[in-house]
Design a protein. Structure first.
Length: 110
């Protein structure tokens, strides 16, 4: 279409949310404890799909019920690239660990 190629600013960051967002607004991100967004690497795409290629582990979580994730780029003004609900909410207590194992976050174009 005559436009230059664009790509997200890496590394990609995974955020945990306590309320899911929508197409027009971000969810409510976890806050407190030692929580911070985690860098994510993805496997090579196959048939238009990919997934996280390494475990994502948050330690020292605040007490929260995590209902979804969002993937952001690392630009000066970060851009939300993907979002979605977890298959099942995860409730963690103060100081707990939350882990998303490699391959558990799947991304596909339909």
């Amino acid at each position: 279409m005559g436009n230059s190629a664009t790509a997200p600013t890496t590394p990609l960051k995974v955020a945990l949310v306590t309320a899911n967002g929508s197409d027009t607004s971000a969810g409510t991100e976890v806050a407190g404890g030692s929580y911070a967004r985690k860098n994510m690497t993805v496997a090579a795409a196959t048939n238009g799909a990919t997934s996280n290629s390494a475990d994502l582990t948050w330690t020292g979580m605040p007490a929260a019920t995590v209902v979804g994730v969002e993937v952001w780029d690392n630009a000066g003004a970060p851009v939300r690239l993907w979002y979605g609900a977890l298959g099942a909410s995860r409730t963690v207590g103060s100081g707990d660990e939350l882990k998303i194992v490699a391959g558990a976050l799947s991304f596909a174009l339909a």
